[in-house]
Design a protein around this ligand. Sequence first.
Ligand code: SF4
Length: 85
Amino acid sequence: MPPEEISWLRRGACRSSDPDLFFPLAPTPLQEARAKAVCATCQVLEECRSYALRAGESEGIWGGLTPDERRRTRFPEGWRRPAAS
Ligand code: SF4
């Protein structure tokens, strides 16, 4: 990814957090809640979320959303129409 596209990351609240909190090998509800609590204080949450949705980031917590939450945001239920017959 081009560095200028994620320059806002330097202002992220997670910068001083343990990376394992945002990219764990085995995610748990407690880890996700702790990471989201950091995101809730972040001044670049909207930029981060927008980037992650646009880029299709498939791993970790971005913009206060888990991978499943991002997937549901990008592809809400019913987004796929049945093929015409
Ligand atoms: S929204 Fe969360 S993951 Fe994104 S930069 Fe801020 S703290 Fe980090």
